[in-house]
Design a protein around this ligand. Structure first.
Ligand SMILES: NC(=O)C1=CN([C@@H]2O[C@H](COP(=O)(O)OP(=O)(O)OC[C@H]3O[C@@H](n4cnc5c(N)ncnc54)[C@H](O)[C@@H]3O)[C@@H](O)[C@H]2O)C=CC1
Ligand SMILES: CC(C)CC(=O)C(=O)O
Ligand SMILES: [Mg+2]
Length: 365
């Protein structure tokens, strides 16, 4: 039994997570994957029910899970809560030691027009941001009074080393190019990042490394996206750049992520937030959540099913079934249903090929 914990959270989180769950459940049923699902309160929904965004029972379930599928947290309902929903998300990432956050984006051939950027610029773009997820300004000591506020922005060598190895290993599986994005002309932390990454690069001689300041990288990402393969960067820069990354394929609703780290549990979530202004309307794009479910399948050793799910997702997008963020008229649930129809078609094709191969084997035996 593969134990999957669902944390739908707030806003559009429950809607997109449900479509991803239905895809996983459909695959599980058709191919006897033996996936089990349990849902837990998290974020604003957990504040409402338990008075805190990350209840102990939720954390315990996550620790015991093979994979966690999260929607999104936050929204105006909790702006004045003593502990914001977002604190639960950071708390979960820290508690599970999820220091590496992988955010891929790829432009599907023939779908360049979905990007607001010129088609000739985005054609063939395929980028992975590896974002450090448990350090930097989001986790540093904070102070605030009426006159002054501060957020400590610190990194240790060990924090940089472990995520750098993840990024170099990913580059090795991809196009062997890694860009460290930093602000080493003004930040001490960035200078340490450059030093440590330069040392680690010696162990990956096949990977070409370049260093780009974050301001220049923000421009190059949308003016020359093919320049990049793997982007390695610290927490806040990675957060900001990955929303920008979503513009390349066309919408933040498309992007998935996987967070892994020191413990067994790994977390999968679309990169977007809770989009409260469209919550409950069945119009959100569930593609990022479904693609996150595919990353979860990879994590639990179901790579063939992950490949099939990604293929089904690409089929639906290529067929012109699009949600409103991409200029289409499909609802969130219609899009999810279309993905399941394509899963079915792909499974039938696999079965047909297998039985043909079986027949041919029988004939030659
Ligand atoms: N991982 C998480 O749980 C995250 C939570 N948040 C929280 O979410 C709330 C809203 O934050 P925003 O800054 O507005 O970011 P957001 O990502 O929720 O929304 C930004 C824009 O993208 C659109 N959008 C986002 N996801 C979409 C989808 N799947 N389909 C179609 N359109 C989509 C929204 O409608 C909005 O126009 C805040 O409380 C924020 O703290 C923000 C980012 C990540
Ligand atoms: C609470 C935020 C750090 C969440 C976010 O924007 C993200 O992880 O992308
Ligand atoms: Mg973000």
């Amino acid at each position: 039994m593969t134990r999957i914990v669902l944390l739908p959270g707030d806003g559009i989180g429950p809607e997109v997570t449900e479509q991803a769950r239905l895809c996983l459940a459909y695959l599980s049923e058709r191919r006897e994957l033996n996936l089990s699902f349990e849902t837990h309160d998290f974020g604003g929904a957990a504040i409402d029910r338990h008075g805190e965004p990350l209840p102990e029972a939720t954390l315990a379930a996550c620790r015991a899970a093979d994979g966690i599928l999260l929607g999104a947290v936050g929204g105006p309902d909790w702006d004045d809560a003593p502990a914001r929903p977002e604190a639960g998300l950071l708390g979960l990432r820290a508690a599970l030691g999820l220091f590496a956050n992988l955010r891929p984006a790829r432009v599907i051939a023939g779908l360049e027009h979905l990007s607001p950027i010129r088609g000739d610029l985005v054609r063939g773009a395929d980028i992975l941001i590896v974002r450090e997820l448990t350090g930097g300004a989001y986790f540093g000591t904070k102070t605030i009074d009426a006159e002054r506020a501060s957020d400590e922005f610190a990194y240790t060598r060990e924090e940089i080393e472990r995520v750098a190895h993840v990024a170099f290993a990913a580059a090795r599986r991809r196009a062997n190019r890694l860009t460290l994005v930093d602000k080493a002309n003004v930040l001490a932390t960035s200078r340490l990042w450059r030093q440590v990454v330069g040392e680690i690069a010696l162990g990956y001689p096949e990977v070409a490394v370049e260093y780009v300041y974050v301001d220049a990288a923000a421009m190059a990402l949308i003016t020359n996206p093919r320049r990049f393969d793997v982007i390695l960067t610290e927490n806040m820069f990675g957060d900001i750049l990955s929303d920008e990354l979503a513009v390349i394929p066309g919408s933040i609703g498309l992007l998935a992520s996987a967070s892994t780290g020191t413990e067994r549990a790994a977390l999968f979530e679309p990169i977007h937030g809770s989009a409260p202004e469209i919550a409950g309307m069945d119009v959100a794009n569930p593609a990022g959540a479904i693609a996150s479910a595919a990353m979860l399948l990879d994590h639990v050793g179901q790579s063939e099913m992950a490949f099939l799910l990604r293929g089904a997702l690409d089929d639906v997008l290529s067929s012109g079934t699009l949600t409103a963020d991409l200029g289409g008229g499909a609802s969130c649930s219609e899009f999810g249903e279309a993905v399941r129809t394509r899963i079915d078609a792909r499974l039938c094709r696999v079965d047909a090929v297998r039985s043909l191969v079986g027949v041919n084997r029988g004939m030659t035996a």
